[in-house]
Design a protein around this ligand. Structure first.
Ligand code: Z5A
Length: 230
């Protein structure tokens, strides 16, 4: 039976390069579908036609020397399009959205990695998103050496971010962990250095808890019974 809430839920996956987020998106989507939840999977930067074009610009290794502020503005320009065309319509229709990276990546990469003042990021976040924030964020945590080794195993050539140093990714990782620690109700930190099966099991367990919490809160409000994942 399909379960629809008045407003969908936004789940984001975050982590450094090669942390295993993209691998887990389909696993997570399958789990939600088994629970009768309708959903959309998407990614950032990207997720809508114009945002995908901005993604190409942002990842192109030929665009060397882009300033941190220009990079920040392009990330939020892509996000504004993505929200307007893909995320908000889905949430408004009661669908859940699984997004591979979102604004936490901006705090981690442009803030931690490039040194942009987080207060500037917060101003753009408020402008572009209003009050919209993810309902649940998985942080796939692992040492940068391991993430980069995994990523380099792939055949594709390195994009503009993949060419960064271990120190850059260590700063990115530190911001993710700080944000998770500051708001444990939204974030779940996953030990992404574990095996694929173990990571999938962590995601599955934490997601089932989140679905139960969400559904119980909804039922309390509407006086209806039954969890979709029972
Ligand atoms: N960016 C930004 O700066 N600011 C922003 O606001 C936003 C983004 C939204 C997007 O690039 C870049 O944009 C990103 C940050 C920046 N750059 N970096 N770095 P992307 O989307 O192309 O790159 P990514 O998000 O980092 O994806 P990725 O490199 O593909 O990482 P991943 O999705 O976390 O990993 P994966 O593809 O699932 O796995 C990598 C490999 O490891 C793969 O061969 C898997 O089979 C393997 N793997 C996965 N899990 C395991 C486990 N558990 N054990 C062993 N092997 C595994």
């Amino acid at each position: 039976m399909q379960k629809t809430l008045q407003r969908g839920r936004l789940i984001t996956l975050e982590g450094i390069e090669g942390a295993g987020k993209s691998t887990q998106v389909e696993h997570l989507a399958g789990l939600l579908r088994e629970c009768g939840i309708t959903l959309v999977t998407t990614r950032e930067p990207g997720g809508s036609p114009i945002a995908e074009r901005l993604r190409s610009l942002l990842l192109d290794p030929l665009n060397t020397g882009m300033s941190g502020i220009a990079e920040l503005l392009l990330m939020f320009a892509a996000r504004a399009e993505h929200l307007e065309r893909t995320i908000r319509p889905a949430l408004d229709a009661g669908h859940w959205v699984i997004c591979d990276r979102f604004t936490d990546a901006t705090y981690a990469y442009q803030g931690g990695g490039r040194g942009v003042d987080p207060e500037r990021i917060a101003i753009l976040e408020a402008l572009v998103q209003g009050s919209l924030r993810p309902d649940l964020t998985f942080v796939f945590d692992l040492p940068p050496e391991l993430g980069l080794a995994r990523a380099r195993h792939r055949a594709e050539s390195a994009d503009r971010f993949e060419q960064e140093t271990i120190q850059f990714f260590a700063s990115v990782r530190a911001v993710y962990l700080e944000r998770a620690q500051a708001c444990p109700s939204r974030y779940r930190v996953i030990d992404a250095s574990a095996s694929l099966a173990d990571v999938a099991e962590q995601v599955c367990r934490l997601t089932r808890c989140f679905i139960d919490l969400t559904w119980n809160a909804h039922c309390d409000q509407t006086n209806r019974a039954s969890s979709p994942c029972a």
